[in-house]
Design a protein around this ligand. Sequence first.
Ligand SMILES: Cc1cc2nc3c(=O)[nH]c(=O)nc-3n(C[C@H](O)[C@H](O)[C@H](O)COP(=O)(O)O)c2cc1C
Length: 180
Amino acid sequence: MDLLELARAELLRSNADRKHPFRLLYLSTAGEYPETRTVVKRKATPDFVITFFTDSRSPKVSQIRANPKVSVLFYHPKKKLQIRLYGEAHLIDEGHGDFNRYLQSVKESPSLKDYTTIQAPGDPLSAGPEASVLFGDDIHFIAIEIKPEKLDVLLLGRDSHTRNLYQQTDGRWHQQSLVP
Ligand SMILES: Cc1cc2nc3c(=O)[nH]c(=O)nc-3n(C[C@H](O)[C@H](O)[C@H](O)COP(=O)(O)O)c2cc1C
């Protein structure tokens, strides 16, 4: 079983299939504690580069600035396929070649509002009995690209499980089988 090909095929499928479980990913960064949160995967390339969008003021962005090493978890419940991806996160902000295209796609979508809260994500809501999230005109958008260094792929089977570690050197993935 070529787990690398299976992982690649499912990730690429999820680019087009809106119901695919890999539409969501679970991103871990190093903070005061290990921090994990759900985000929407916007793009996966055949070489496992993963892109997602976020608010440039969010804690995950400052955590990535302090330490770009991150891990990403995908799980496909029907196929019982887990992908743990380890890599380096790169901030795609103004000045980067892809930024304007990503920003434009957000401007044309209902999710634009998500990047326009007056207070930053995670801030305590300003006091008051009817405290609610307020929106302004400024767009605090940033894209984040994760370049993979290591992949740990696990496939659960009825009789046996298969787990392989893939590490990239000189553009080639080297496989090491692991005890599941
Ligand atoms: C289904 C789902 C999808 C989400 N998608 C995103 C997303 O694409 N980008 C994002 O920044 N936060 C997304 N969030 C919110 C994050 O999980 C998180 O609460 C927020 O980004 C703040 O994270 P931080 O404080 O660790 O930076 C999503 C949450 C859920 C439950």
